[in-house]
Design a protein around this ligand. Structure first.
Ligand code: 0X9
Ligand code: ZN
Length: 423
């Protein structure tokens, strides 16, 4: 009995252990031919050692996390394939350690800020506090519960009746911390800013914001594995997690013209689409916001990182959407306004042609199923002239990233209004 208790204790302490990435490297590889593409796709589907940050596609760069015990294999692989590989991060653990360093010393008078990343408890406490402090215009409510029992929360801002709405969903991918930090910054600006452009968009538009669309995954990325992307649903004897951004119903698990599924049927992969459309509590919670507010939203935004992209429908097909030219014009307004702040240049266009095939993503669902015309995915900062950090963007970039994104949104709203939306 004693032995069993000891064994249980050992197991427990092992599961509370954090994954470490000491001396792991991130390489950027350029995929230039079909053979190279197939090789990287094979790794993505079958290798537990490598982590492919971004699904590969032809004539584009893909970032890959390589553990030390694979350095020589990886070198041989890229050499044999004649594939260019550039080292962009030399020690992933070092970045992770730096990321949570600033001002984590608990202070009694601790004010919420955007100098450091906040964990789920801190974010939730702040949302409660803001809803209480601005109770005449703001509220927060639960729209669902995760498999581990955490609430999925929707923050609403409405300063006058009759407003059209913008729906923002952030951090559906657990490791993309900058997305929820930007969402809380946006809430703070909408409630406190005196800048006339912000006052305009906060007064004349209703905002529905989910800062943390994947709470279980987010907590897991803090406590256990900084690199975690999916939910934490047990999906097979071996693996956990559905990619919630492959689990939406519109053209779920549908191949495009090139045969690419843009998702996976293997539970252990990072783009596992789940057993059926909307099988997950997280996606059903988001779906309930669409359903309960039919006709309310002109704009849907899905906050992600990284890559400096503003992506439109479609992800599941290479055929351009019916509203392509409007989506491009409104997207370009976002891009120009964002670039004016810190010089960052976003690429705007359909997901499938600009990035890669992705079926079952929320913007396709918003646009295709719910008819929300201006549906976009934002891929925020990660690698740029400010450094190469991928998902582990140091906290000193939270504010510049949020400021440029909000300027972009002001530009987007202005342009959307010329098409008759958000008025
Ligand atoms: O693959 C994804 O889910 C998104 N990229 S990420 O690196 N953050 O994982 C892009 C999804 C875009 N899809 C659509 N807008 N349809
Ligand atoms: Zn993402």
């Amino acid at each position: 009995m004693k032995f069993l208790a000891l064994l249980a204790l050992l197991f427990l302490s092992a599961s509370a252990e954090k994954s470490r990435f000491d001396n792991y490297r991130v390489y950027s590889v350029t995929v230039e031919n079909y053979q190279q593409l197939q090789a990287i796709q094979y790794l993505e589907e079958h290798s537990d050692a490598y982590n492919i940050f971004e699904s590969p596609h032809l004539n584009a760069d893909t970032e890959i996390l390589v553990p030390p015990h694979k350095f020589s294999d990886f070198e041989e692989l890229t050499e044999n394939l004649g594939m260019k590989a550039k080292l962009i991060i030399n020690n992933y653990q070092e970045l992770i350690d730096e990321e949570i360093k600033p001002s984590r010393t608990p202070r009694v008078d601790a004010q919420y800020d955007w100098v450091s990343y906040k964990n789920l408890n801190e974010i939730n406490a702040w949302l409660d506090q803001m809803a209480a402090q601005y109770s005449s215009v703001a509220s927060v409510r639960n729209i669902g519960t995760t498999i581990q029992g955490r609430p999925i929360r929707l923050f609403k801002i409405s300063k006058k009746s009759g407003n059209r709405g913008i729906f923002v969903e952030a951090n559906i991918h657990a490791r993309e911390w900058i997305s929820s930090a930007t969402a809380t910054y946006l809430i703070n600006e909408l409630l406190t800013s005196t800048n006339p452009d912000i006052v305009d968009i906060s007064t004349n538009i209703d905002w529905y914001i989910i800062t943390n669309a994947n709470p279980d995954g987010f907590v897991f990325s803090w406590d256990s594995n900084r690199n975690w992307r999916k939910t934490r649903a047990p999906v097979s004897a071996l693996c956990f997690g559905v990619d919630p951004n492959r689990n939406f119903a519109y053209n779920w698990l549908t191949p495009d013209e090139t045969g690419s599924l843009g998702a996976s049927t293997s539970p252990c992969t990072d783009t596992y689409a789940g057993p059926s459309p909307l099988s997950e509590n997280e996606t059903r919670a988001i779906e309930s916001v669409f359903a309960d507010n039919a006709g309310k939203f002109d704009v849907f935004l899905s906050f992600h990182s990284y890559g400096h992209y503003l992506l439109t429908a479609w992800g599941h097909t290479r055929v351009p959407p019916a509203d392509n030219s409007m989506l491009q014009t409104v997207g370009n307004a976002f891009r120009t306004a964002l670039q004016a702040v810190n010089g960052i240049n976003y690429a705007v266009g359909p997901t499938n042609t600009v990035l890669y095939a992705a079926s079952g993503a929320s913007p396709d669902h918003a646009y295709g199923h719910h008819g929300i015309k201006l549906a976009y995915t934002l891929e925020m900062r990660g690698n740029g002239n400010y450094g190469n950090y991928g998902f582990v963007l140091p906290p000193q970039f939270i504010i510049p990233n949020a400021q440029e994104v909000i300027a972009g949104l002001v530009g987007l709203v202005r342009s959307a209004r010329t098409f008759g939306y958000l008025n």
